[in-house]
Ligand binder design. Structure first.
Ligand SMILES: Nc1ncnc2c1ncn2[C@@H]1O[C@H](COP(=O)(O)OP(=O)(O)OP(=O)(O)O)[C@@H](O)[C@H]1O
Length: 285
């Protein structure tokens, strides 16, 4: 399969794409981060986003959720044109996604429960204090934290618990889309695997579409339906891991066929990927 083939698979007619990006350009002064970048995220998938450090994964996520004003391009999220001038509707759309930023971005002076209450207060001020607290407690539990974690401050939590607390806040408004920026960074392998399982389980039970930036190969193999590769200022390929492995791109081959990629594959033990890898090892690198 050539590169174009894998990339074009995202533009099938009739698919439902809650996130569409076309011709995106981002630059900071002379420093061009994205040029003519296009991407489609399918409803209900976990899309892993990978790329070398500084390739603009976080800037892409920030552009999609309206925290970064692109220089050019089109971005549509849940049918809304994110490049259009503000008309108040953008406030509504922000309640339909949840974001887990790198490091969790929790308010340190609020307890976990109070952190989860923040978006509820912001978007549904009419909810009673009691109901809001109850919803927050439910989200804390949904994120795999014990009930008492709701009363703790972020500084009292381990790294893994902080991530779960950030996840609880991201889920506060029952979002359709979940954005995760390196959710397993800094976690030990057991904690990372547990977080991956939780993400997959939540995606399946809540019907979420997940945009997941990661450097974690285990996460890619464990929970991603497709993977988008950022390089050369664009998404150079998108597809399942076997589809990507069939491409002859040096970065992709190095990434998936390097020692870490092979270890992650061995840990996953996926016969489909195994056989594909066998086909491409000699030809690819
Ligand atoms: N607000 C900003 N002002 C200037 N430059 C920025 C800004 N935000 C990001 N950049 C630059 O844009 C580039 C892409 O940054 P980004 O954080 O998106 O990379 P990334 O792919 O997420 O990297 P990493 O994997 O290391 O987290 C980097 O060179 C970064 O320095």
């Amino acid at each position: 399969m050539d590169q174009h083939h894998a990339t074009s698979a995202q533009f099938e007619d009739g698919d439902d794409f809650p996130i569409r990006v076309d011709g995106l350009r981002n630059a900071f002064g002379e420093h061009v981060i994205h040029e003519d970048l296009s991407l489609r995220v399918r409803r209900g998938e976990v899309l892993g986003v990978v790329g070398g450090s500084g390739t603009g994964k976080s800037v892409l996520m920030r552009s999609i959720i309206g925290l970064q004003q692109p220089a050019a391009g089109e971005i549509e999220v849940l049918g809304r044109d994110m490049m259009a001038d503000g008309d108040g509707e953008e406030i509504d759309i922000r309640s339909r996604w949840g974001v887990l930023f790198q490091g969790g971005a929790l308010f340190s002076t609020l307890t976990v429960g109070e952190n989860v209450e923040v978006p509820l207060k912001q978007f549904y001020p009419e909810i009673s204090d009691e109901l809001r607290r109850e919803i927050a407690r439910f989200k804390v539990r949904l994120s795999g934290l014990p009930d008492e974690a709701a009363f703790k401050y972020p500084s009292e939590l381990s790294g893994g618990m902080k991530k779960r607390a950030g996840l609880a806040r991201a889920l506060a408004l029952d979002p359709e889309l979940l954005f995760l920026d390196e959710p397993t960074a800094g976690l030990d392998p057991i904690g990372a695997a547990a977080f991956d399982s939780l993400t997959r389980e939540l995606k399946e039970t809540l019907g979420l579409t997940v945009f997941l930036i990661t450097h974690d190969l285990d996460t890619l193999y464990a929970i991603c339906d497709r993977v988008a590769v950022l390089a050369d200022k664009k998404v150079i390929a998108i597809g399942t891991i076997p589809e990507l492995l069939a491409l002859d791109h040096p970065w992709i081959q190095e990434y998936f066929n390097g020692p870490r990629g092979r270890a992650a594959l061995a840990a996953k033990g996926d016969p489909e990927v195994d056989s594909n890898l066998g086909d491409t090892t000699g030809a690819g690198a």
